[in-house]
Design a protein around this ligand. Structure first.
Ligand SMILES: C[S@@+](CC[C@H](N)C(=O)[O-])C[C@H]1O[C@@H](n2cnc3c(N)ncnc32)[C@H](O)[C@@H]1O
Ligand SMILES: Nc1nc2[nH]cc(C(=O)O)c2c(=O)[nH]1
Ligand code: SF4
Ligand SMILES: [Mg+2]
Length: 258
């Protein structure tokens, strides 16, 4: 089973350079090109978007975290001594300037680094795989779909305005080895994803091959994924994009720290 961070290294208040950490655990990469690879996950808290389906509610809708120094994060990562891969995720990890220092430290220590990002923010850092997941119109929160007990309020418009930043997307694909990973709820999402990929191709100086465009079924439980995965697999075949499972959900359902 994945192992959670020792909470004794977490503090309540921030010093400059600290990172708001929601959780740190060792598991198998569940998504994308590196699915199945043992990896330490560092999940920062705080997001500039509010997807209605966010599987990390406590980093977006209700951010919870403790502040850790970059030193302590590196120390916790190193405790998982079999891991050679680190996944920096969130929330939106590129909101935080200190994510750059963390990536520099991890890279210098020899780790392969993946950053899971919504693609609205560009930062320069030693990133081995930028796992970019631009948010489609179907992610926008409304009064009808927002998580129970929340009122999307200003976030319906704010999310919709901020969810795509073409300049940031282009810089990310030009700078890093990239996978572009769309959360798919239905056929319209793949049509919109195709328009976006075409726009990125038009502006970028590098190729974005179909094999780097991934379709991932929306769903946070085995049951939800079982309902949607065949549709998404068929769409991947039809469009020539790659399908990615959510291996951790298949294996551990919605258990925390996986
Ligand atoms: C919680 S997000 C954190 C990183 C970044 N904020 C982002 O959205 O890419 C991690 C990954 O989970 C995906 N994700 C979040 N909720 C999901 C859901 N309900 N079903 C499928 N994928 C989901 C995101 O698209 C992203 O690829
Ligand atoms: N096992 C596992 N793989 C993942 N790949 C990306 C994740 C994320 O939340 O960013 C994630 C996650 O939360 N767990
Ligand atoms: S961008 Fe990522 S972390 Fe933010 S709300 Fe959407 S899925 Fe959650
Ligand atoms: Mg996740």
């Amino acid at each position: 089973m994945p192992v959670n961070a020792d909470r004794t290294t977490l503090r309540e208040s921030a010093d400059e350079g600290d990172l708001p950490v929601n959780e740190l655990f060792y598991s198998l990469q569940g998504e994308g090109k590196l699915a199945g690879v043992p990896s330490v996950f560092v999940r920062t808290s705080g997001c500039n978007l509010r997807c209605w389906f966010c599987d990390s509610y406590h980093t977006s809708w209700e951010p919870t975290h403790a502040w850790m120094t970059v030193d302590d994060v590196v120390g916790e990562v190193e405790r998982h001594d079999r891991a050679q891969h680190v996944v920096l995720t969130g929330g939106e990890p590129l909101l935080h300037e200190s994510s750059v220092e963390l990536l520099e430290r991890l890279s210098a220590a020899g780790y392969h680094t993946t950053v899971e990002t919504n693609g609205t923010i560009y930062r320069e850092a030693p990133v081995d795989l930028a796992s970019v997941s631009p948010k489609l119109a179907s992610s926008t929160p409304t009064a009808a779909n927002a998580p129970e007990g929340t009122d999307p309020g200003v976030w319906t418009d704010r999310h919709d305005e901020k969810r795509i930043d073409l300049d940031a997307l282009v810089r990310l694909v030009e700078t890093y080895e990239t996978q572009v990973k769309f959360v798919v709820t239905g056929r319209e999402d793949v049509e919109e994803a195709t328009d976006l990929v075409e726009a990125v191709r038009e502006h970028a100086s590098v190729a974005v091959p179909d094999a780097d465009v991934l379709l991932m079924p929306e769903g946070t439980t085995r049951e939800a994924l079982a309902e949607r995965r065949h549709l998404v697999a068929d769409l991947a075949t039809e469009y020539g994009y790659r399908y990615t499972p959510r291996l951790h959900v298949d294996l551990w359902d919605d258990a925390p720290g996986t």
